[in-house]
Design a protein around this ligand. Structure first.
Ligand SMILES: [Zn+2]
Length: 293
């Protein structure tokens, strides 16, 4: 059987609302545009209404994955931000076959230049360095450019004395860059340690999905860790873990709400309440800083 036929066959075996699970690496909205149904509740949704609702299903509160420009449109005052370190691109350090072609195709398809955007913007008048990852670009994978941009952004926050907000969305390290990809874990973690010395806070927001090397480095190093509802957050995926330990995992394992219960996540916050929450956290931090002086 050809691959599309096999996929159709398995898709039919799943309950209706779960059929897109086979397309784990595909952006939910690609699915949405095709079928015009919410993948969580299977009810029909209109793109325009969804956009007005911050890409959250207005039937069941399912949070669709969004790219960095969409996230910034929701967060930044008047949708205005100043981007920096744009235009960096990989040098394919391992000379990995077909990487350059895939990279170019990802750029064209997503309209993004890399899996992360780093900006300075205001949120309800509070200035901050904001880092936003996009799962749409090669699964949000962390290659040398992603690591470099995140490091520069964190150092800029340290230099200018600005709070830093980091939205994660990643399948982990970028396999085409091998060890260069893994080195970014140490580099970004080191930059965060420097930021901490300046007394400036790092607020991390985990979005669906945050896994692999990103979870194993900067995603878990925030002073406050927020998450969007029902985001998948973990190192290895649940199926891999189940296969390894040969045990059934508890209900909701690796989802934001479960991780909040276990203390890994401080608060699960709805997308529409995120800007208010970040403004509150920045104010609270600056008040404490002011009191110390
Ligand atoms: Zn829904």
């Amino acid at each position: 059987m050809a691959r599309p036929q096999i996929e159709t066959f398995f898709r039919k075996l799943l309950p209706k609302g779960k059929r897109n699970l086979l397309y784990g690496t595909v952006d939910d909205r690609v699915f949405l545009q095709k079928e015009h149904r919410c993948p969580a509740c299977s009810k029909p949704v209109e793109n325009d209404k969804l956009k007005d609702n911050a890409f959250v299903c207005y039937h069941c509160n399912h949070h669709f994955r969004i790219s960095a420009p969409e996230r910034l449109r929701l967060l930044a005052d008047n949708g205005e931000y100043q981007e920096f370190s744009a235009g960096l691109s990989t040098l394919n350090p391992l000379d990995f076959p077909e990487y350059e072609e895939r990279y170019a195709a990802a750029r064209e398809k997503s309209g993004l230049d890399e899996a992360v955007k780093t900006v300075v913007c205001k949120m309800k008048g509070r200035e901050a360095v904001v880092i936003v990852m996009s799962f749409q670009f090669m699964g949000g994978s962390m290659g040398s450019v992603v690591g470099e941009k995140i490091t520069r952004a964190i150092l800029l926050a340290a230099q200018r004395g600005l709070p830093c907000v980091l939205f994660t969305a990643s399948g982990g390290a970028r396999m085409q860059e091998g060890i260069f990809s893994l080195m970014q874990m140490a580099k970004t973690s080191h930059a965060i340690a420097l930021l901490e010395r300046t007394g400036m806070p790092l607020f991390v927001v985990l979005t669906d999905p945050t896994t692999g090397g990103v979870t194993a480095s900067f995603a878990m190093l925030g002073d406050v860790t927020l998450a969007e509802p029902e985001a998948l957050i973990g190192f290895a995926g649940p199926r891999v873990i189940e296969g390894t330990i040969k045990q059934k995992l508890p209900e909701g394992f690796q989802r934001s709400e479960f991780l909040q219960q276990k203390g890994f996540v401080d608060r699960v916050v709805d997308r529409k309440a995120m800007k208010d929450m970040l403004a509150f956290l920045i104010d609270a931090h600056l008040t404490v800083q002011g009191a110390k002086k």
